[in-house]
Write a protein that binds this ligand. Structure first.
Ligand SMILES: Cc1cc2nc3c(=O)[nH]c(=O)nc-3n(C[C@H](O)[C@H](O)[C@H](O)COP(=O)(O)OP(=O)(O)OC[C@H]3O[C@@H](n4cnc5c(N)ncnc54)[C@H](O)[C@@H]3O)c2cc1C
Length: 410
């Protein structure tokens, strides 16, 4: 490896470096809002936006600065999830269908939000290719393709992937999208703050005191709210012990320049996971490459960055690596996000986005807004935080065992 444009110790998200910083105040005592939303990432900011649009007064309470944690760790691909076959095996075809519909509705919602709020966030519609380098996986890809086609997703099974190296099978999803996630969410933060709604930064949540009107206790005093939304990625208030159903993992990203052009599109290798997208920069088109999963508390991140760089040098004609950043996200026991009301009435949670947080975080905003405003939401059941009953877990265990057997003999 040679010619790296960064100091090895420097970690910095491109999204943070290329957007303004924020300076919202700390919590003011003595306020009452309709909904207090803990966490200013994509889930919290989207929920606050949709509730304010519905006429509710909201307060976003953020421990640090908004849009500075997992949401700037992302690569900002707005695409339907991979692995619907797993969801079909584990939960049934109806659930796979609902999840596909929820993904497509969320993509439409982001498009609508950008149009209504006239947001300049480098949003582009592009195809997504999910591929593998090995031709051995062709029959597995064909099965997934047949399923997602039946589910109504805009797919084809192309002969080639336009990457500058050889690949095996792939599924092409048309009309997916990418954006600058921080520019999108900072624009929404301008909309949220004002007219009886607030964003408070540098204010850490401590506790919720239950009641018809809830007291949300923070390190800068309390705020009263009829409803509370926990959108802190890992729930900081967890009456149903949902943490037991979350599986957090770290993941790594580099931003690099190559000699020559990279194709338009987004690309995800499914096993082992590597992803690509591009973004315009002052120095020209930068390629964002992600991959390498790790435990969340890993001591030496350089091991993972180095592996990712080595992979990039093996696959691309790399000129320089200018950015590196990492973050984490959690999958759940059944691979679906956890979105909805907890066992504490009026307390809602959004977590377990499984590295698909641009759409799942948007779905969280849509579902929770409907639940709070009393509208029916067709996805409330499949994402229900209370679904992890003993019976559900037993069925999941049995189906996962069957799935592992099938995979073993394939
Ligand atoms: C490397 C990587 C690449 C990814 N790429 C993609 C992708 O291309 N497409 C995609 O869809 N998804 C992707 N994801 C997943 C996506 O980034 C996440 O699912 C999503 O950003 C999570 O958003 P969030 O709102 O839950 O969390 P966050 O953005 O972390 O927001 C939660 C907020 O809560 C705050 N908070 C925590 N504790 C407290 C407290 N006590 N009081 C108040 N506030 C608190 C935090 O400071 C934080 O700001 C990727 C993830 C990673 C790690």
């Amino acid at each position: 490896m040679k010619n790296q444009g960064i100091n090895k110790e420097t970690e910095s998200s491109f999204w943070l470096e290329t957007s303004p910083s924020t300076k919202f105040p700390q919590l003011k005592e003595g306020l009452k809002v309709d909904v207090a939303i803990l966490g200013g990432g994509i889930a919290g900011i989207t929920t606050a936006t949709l509730l304010k649009e519905a006429g509710y007064n909201v307060a976003v309470i953020e421990a640090d600065r908004i849009v500075k944690d997992v949401t700037v760790g992302t690569t900002g691909k707005i695409s339907v999830s991979a692995g619907y076959s797993y969801i079909k095996y584990k939960l049934g075809k109806d659930q796979a269908q609902s999840y596909a519909n929820a993904n497509m509705d969320a993509l439409d919602k982001i498009t609508e939000i950008i149009r209504i709020h006239d947001i300049d966030c480098e949003f582009h519609r592009l195809p997504l290719y999910i591929y593998n380098e090995s031709p051995k996986l062709t029959s597995k890809f064909k099965r997934e393709f047949n399923l997602v086609k039946e589910l109504g997703l805009p797919v084809s099974f192309p002969d080639d992937v336009p990457l500058p190296f050889k690949t095996g099978p792939s599924i092409k999803y048309d009309n997916q999208a990418q954006f600058h996630p921080r520019k999108y969410l900072l624009s929404l933060s301008d909309y949220i703050d004002g007219d009886g709604s607030y964003i408070f930064e540098k204010t850490s949540f401590i506790d919720v005191k239950e009641g018809n009107v809830k007291e949300v206790v923070t390190d800068h005093g309390s705020i009263m709210a009829d409803n509370v939304v926990i959108a802190t990625n890992t729930p900081v208030y967890d009456p149903d012990e949902l943490r037991n159903h979350l599986h957090p993992e770290g993941s790594f990203v580099i931003g690099l320049y190559t000699n020559g052009n990279f194709p338009d599109g987004m690309f995800i290798e499914n096993e082992p996971v590597h992803t690509y997208r591009t973004t315009p920069t002052d120095k020209g088109q930068m390629i964002i490459v992600a991959g390498e999963h790790s435990p969340v508390d890993v001591k030496d991140k350089n091991v993972y960055y180095d592996r990712l760089e080595k992979y990039a040098y093996q696959h691309l004609d790399v000129k320089s690596v200018d950015y590196r950043w990492s973050s984490h996200d959690s999958t759940t026991d059944d691979d679906l996000p956890i979105i909805g009301e907890t066992s504490q009435k009026g307390v809602y949670v959004a977590t377990g986005f499984g590295f698909w947080g641009m759409l799942n975080g948007t779905t969280a905003g849509m579902v929770i807004t409907d639940l709070i405003t009393g509208k029916e939401n067709q996805y409330a059941d499949i994402f229900n935080p209370l679904r992890f009953t003993r019976e559900h877990m037993a069925i999941l265990k049995m189906r996962s065992a069957i799935l592992n057997l099938i995979l073993f003999f394939m």
